[in-house]
Structure formats: C-alpha cells, structure tokens
Design a protein around this ligand. Structure first.
Ligand code: NAD
Length: 481
C-alpha cells in the first residue's frame, strides 16, 4: 500500500495552553508526526501560548522532550526534530488579561489559515474567543478548536455557543471529540456505507442489540476534584459514547460532507427516548484508594461508572436497544462498538449442532480493528457442528504494515482543521441536543440523591450492571484484562 499524504497550505497554529498536559502528550507530538510525514509545509508556524514566562528556546526544549517521551524512538530523528522545532515559537499570554495579546496580534499572518487551539480549562474558552476578536486577530480565515468539556449542561452549553458565536461563524468553530478522529470510527462509515452487505441488515429487524463500551483501568487519580463535579455521564456519555451511538445509528447521509453527516447525527439524538431510572446503573470504584479517597469527598454521589439502556424511537431502531457503559478502574482498557445480529429465524440443523448469532465488533482500542463473527461448520468428522469464527477485517493484515502506522486521532483532527473540514467535529446544535437528553437524567438522580453502587476496583463494574442485561436475557461482552 502506498500512503497518500496531502500537504496542507501554510498556516499559523496558536496553541493556547501550549505548556499543558494535553499539548505535551498529544498535540505537539502529533504535529511532529505530521511534519515527519511531509504534511507540514516549511512556511507553517506553530506558536505555543500560555501563562508561563519563558522564551522560544525554553519552549522548544519542552516540545523536544515531549516528542522524545511520546513518539516511538524509531521516529525520533534528531535532525528532523530540530527542523520541526525551528518552526515553533512561544509567547506569554494571559488569556484573562491584556498581557501578550498585542504581540500576538503582530505575529499572526492575516493571509494564511489561522488556527487557534483552546487547550485550556473550559472556563477560559470564552475569554480567548472574545480577545481574538477584540484584538482584531480573528479574520475570516481563522478557525478555533475547542476542547472538551463543552458545557456541563444545556444552559452552560448554550451560553458557550453564544459567546463563541459573538466572535466566530459556526463554520469557523471546531468542537473536538477525539473519538471521532479514530481510524476505526471512520472505518465504521466505510463498512456501513461502502458495502452492500451490511446496510440492508442494519435495523431492528436484523439487529438484536448494540453494546458500546469505553472501559478504563485508571482511576481519577490526580484530577479527582475536577472529576467529582462531572462524573461518567457528563465526562464520557454525553459526548464520546453519544457520538459513537450516533455514527452507528444514523441514516446514510447523501454525501460524506460535514453538514449532511451532522444533520443525520442530530436526528438520532433527537430520537432518543428518555431513559427510565430502572435502566441506569451508577457505580463508584472501591479499593485502596477508592473513588471517595481519590476525589477527597467521602460524601460524593458522583459516578465513576455508568451503564444504561438507550432506546431510539424511529423506524430503523424501534425495539433494538443500545446498551452503553463506561467506567474507571475496570478490569481492562477497551473501547468498542459491538453489533449483535439476531439468530437465523429457523435452524435446519440438529439442536446439538449449536447456534450462533453474527456479531460485528468495531474496536477503537487497544488494537483498532473490525471483525465479524460468522458461523461455519466445525472442520473434520463428527457430523454437523457449528462454530463461530472471526472474519478479521483489521486493516494492518490486509493492507500491509504501513496501514498500522495510522495517524493518532488528534493529529488527524488538527489537519482537518487546517484543511477546513468539519465532518469529524461536533456542531453547536448537536452538543445542545445531547445535553437536552442528558440533563433530565442527571437532574433526576440529583433530586433523589441517588447513591452510586460500590464496585470492586479491577472488576467489570457493579453487579447491577450485569442485571441490566440479564433481565433482557442478554449478556455484556467480557471486558478482558
Ligand atoms: P493543563 O492544566 O495541563 O494545562 C492548562 C494550560 O492552560 C497550561 O498551559 C496553562 O499555562 C494554560 N493557562 C491556564 N490559565 C491561563 C491563562 N490565564 N492564560 C494563559 N494560559 C493559561 O490542562 P490540560 O490537561 O492540558 O487540558 C487542557 C484542555 O484540554 C482542558 O479543557 C481539558 O478538559 C481538555 N482535555 C485534556 C485532556 C488531557 O488528556 N489532558 C484530554 C481531553 C481533553
């Protein structure tokens, strides 16, 4: 396979929060990888902007160290790193004050794409947008990239949308959800919409149910205080799991084009039923340290785990539930969408031949890939015995080793911003619709002071989550250690 890298136009990319954790672990190493693959033109410039007082050399040292820490050794060519660093500079800016803004205004070129990445706490998003406008830095060629969380409820999301809209058009606003930048998520679009095999079966008539899991092994650790104000519903379900659900459930758009895609996702969110209290299980991990220790709040009612059954009221999905679950300190780290098809309506084989249903799994991590379990005859003598085997559609095997070197979600999404492609970014109305569905669920458990169930650290979550599927005669996929 020959990889096809399309260089982008020259650009100025300002990373507000350039000294932060996300910039260090994801954004800057990702940009280096794009540079290595020839996508970053020599005229492109990356400008770190943060509160720390330091010069270009100090920031370049920081970026060099981040590359060495987060990019595989075989790609850390010292000469390439030096060439990359030569395109990087730094400016001290207080996004809440005046410091640095006039200097930044002079630095930014008005005749190239300007991308402003808001990699700072959500409380600062509005300040940056407003100052970019007040200091006349923003032009029609400007784009802003807004990190999560986008609000904490419908009211705050609307307020944030309004603040951003006062300075930028919707076509200039890129609300990032890095799950959408994953290779497999886009492959889900290809599997669904570029094959004739799946789409005719992609509905309640043939699909029994769908499971979407995002399991983490880590606890809330050092960010317990922040997490405790949020919880799994706000931190994961409202955004990431919701986006995965939308891509699985949406109607085929007429084109693979930003607004066509986002219109279809929005329709799914608007078709979601309210969730019954009995269809939600919330949990907090026990152990040492437990969730309550990590968040330093012994009375916390915030969930570090949630499982819920979601129904979509439309022609395609009525009767096919989507089960979502996500949690911290679980047995394994995995993210997947699993589509469980129905059994054949009738089996022509003896009962002891066995019976299996087709299962299509789309793994986002750890090993990105797609496989379809199909039923075949167990080879050899002994009569007709059926087994299910995976038809592995993992790209690396089929397309050669180069396919394994897929861009990380962040690097792909940043390049999409520079190219002006909003397909994999959330639109303002989508985010608001997701909060409109989420808010009543959270408000209900807050009103009842609902206490999450304790689950053992390193387990698959609370026992009650198993029951959520058992009562429907179904079983969760195993979370592998
Ligand atoms: P961080 O606390 O590590 O970094 C914050 C950055 O903001 C620093 O560079 C700091 O100098 C800068 N900053 C703070 N106040 C400032 C001010 N007044 N003026 C100028 N700069 C200021 O945070 P982070 O973990 O890098 O997260 C950044 C954003 O990305 C947040 O919105 C977070 O929710 C989101 N996010 C982070 C991660 C992650 O893995 N770290 C993952 C997903 C989303």
């Amino acid at each position: 396979m020959v990889s096809r890298v399309i260089p982008v136009e020259p650009f100025d990319l300002v990373i507000f929060g350039g000294t932060g954790d996300l910039a260090r672990r994801k954004i800057l190493p990702g940009l280096y990888r794009r540079f290595l693959s020839g996508q970053m033109p020599p005229e492109a410039r990356i400008i770190g902007a943060a509160r720390t007082d330091q010069d270009d050399a100090a920031f370049r040292n920081f970026v060099g160290a981040a590359i060495k820490e987060f990019v595989p050794k075989n790609r850390c060519d010292p000469k390439a790193i030096d060439r990359f660093l030569a395109q990087i500079s730094y400016i001290t800016v207080d996004v809440r004050g005046d410091k640095g803004w006039n200097t930044l205004a002079k630095m930014i070129r008005s005749d190239v794409v300007q991308a402003f990445y808001f990699s700072v706490g959500p409380g600062l998003f509005g300040d940056i947008a407003t100052r970019l406008n007040d200091y006349k830095i923003a032009t029609p060629l400007s784009r802003i990239v807004v990190e999560k969380p986008f609000g904490r409820d419908l009211t705050s999301a609307k307020e944030l949308n309004a603040v951003l809209a006062a300075s930028f058009e919707e076509q200039q606003i890129y609300r990032i959800d890095h799950y959408l930048g994953k290779e497999t998520v886009q492959n889900l679009m290809a599997v669904r919409f570029a094959n004739v095999l799946f789409e005719p079966l992609w509905n309640a008539q043939y699909i029994d149910h769908v499971q979407i899991t995002v399991a983490e092994t880590v606890g809330v650790g050092g960010r317990g205080g922040y997490y405790d104000k949020s919880g799994a519903m706000r931190d994961m379900v409202q955004n990431h799991l919701m986006q995965l659900l939308c891509l699985t459930a949406m109607e085929p758009p007429a084109q693979f084009e930003p607004d066509a895609m986002r219109d279809e996702k929005l329709k799914v969110i608007r078709a979601l039923d309210p969730v019954d209290a009995s269809d939600i299980v919330r949990g907090q991990y026990g152990g040492d340290p437990s969730y309550l220790d990590d968040c330093e709040n012994p009375a916390s009612l915030t969930e570090s785990y949630i499982a819920l059954k979601v129904d979509i009221s439309n022609w395609r999905w009525k009767g096919t539930p989507f089960y979502l679950r996500t949690g911290k300190r679980l047995k394994g780290r995995m993210s997947e969408i699993v589509v469980h098809f129905k059994e054949t309506p009738h089996s022509i084989f003896d009962d002891d031949a066995g019976r299996h249903a087709n299962i299509l799994s789309i793994r986002l991590q750890p090993d990105e890939g797609i496989d379809l379990r199909v039923t075949i005859k167990e080879p050899g003598p002994g009569g007709m015995r059926l087994v299910d085997v995976p038809l592995d559609m993992t790209f690396a095997d089929a397309l050669g080793p180069e396919a394994k070197d897929v861009p990380d979600a962040y690097e792909r999404l940043i390049m999409d911003v520079i190219r002006g492609n909003q397909t994999l970014f959330m639109r303002g109305d989508e985010v608001e619709a997701a909060w409109a569905w989420t808010d009543p669920i959270i408000e209900r458990w807050q009103a009842r002071r609902d206490k999450p169930k304790t689950y053992e650290a390193g387990s698959s979550g609370p026992e009650d989550a198993l029951m959520l599927l058992h009562k429907d005669h179904r079983r969760w996929r195993e979370i592998k250690a």
